[in-house]
Design a protein around this ligand. Sequence first.
Ligand code: AMP
Length: 223
Amino acid sequence: MRIILMGPPGSGKGTQADLIEQKYAFPKISTGDLLRQAVQNGTSLGKEAEVRMNRGELVSDDTVVQMVAERTAKDDCKQGYILDGFPRNLNQARMLEKLKNSHPEVILDIQLSEEILIQRLSSRRICSRCGKIFNLSLNPAVQMDICDLCKGDLVQRRDDRPKVIKERLRIYHSETKPLIEYYQRRSVYHRIDGERPIQTVFRDIRSVIDSETDKYKQTGAIQ
Ligand code: AMP
């Protein structure tokens, strides 16, 4: 199954993708994580992406689609995968349709108010070593500024600073939000209320994935 996690920046897509990965054993493919990795490794792709990411702009469609195509072609994606942060505009959605691996799909759109998004983004911290996501008020690390999992340092993403948050939300409204209409016509589109606690949101997500899985089993699309 291909699970697409949609929602504005700060809606908790990454956190929910981690939980889905643990529960269902589908790999999480976060284009943001892949790009941050490329920046850290200093590759030419990373250097090109860094400038745009620091401004809160989108990286080119060809670059991200190529990354997703390569990642989803790997063996661990044969049973399915979770897309976190992709597609981000209509062009990417259309390019995704053309990728060879045509798994049955579930689209989860996590929505919440802009006021809460800004609060969440400003208090988000990520592990500089393993990428685990924390939040100073909602999901703090046991030891301040140290990752619970790998003891790496927790840092604030450069694009989680106020000026860049504003630009990312502007781009979400102009480029990503039109995707809702594109996907809403499909029965596999589900809106999720993201203002509730992490585990409550995850409970809803689980029930959607389980019921979609049952439907696909009945049609023989998956075993
Ligand atoms: P995220 O971690 O999903 O919030 O993404 C962080 C940044 O990476 C975004 O603000 C973009 O600059 C870039 N990025 C991530 N995913 C995409 C995508 N699908 N298309 C274009 N740029 C992306």
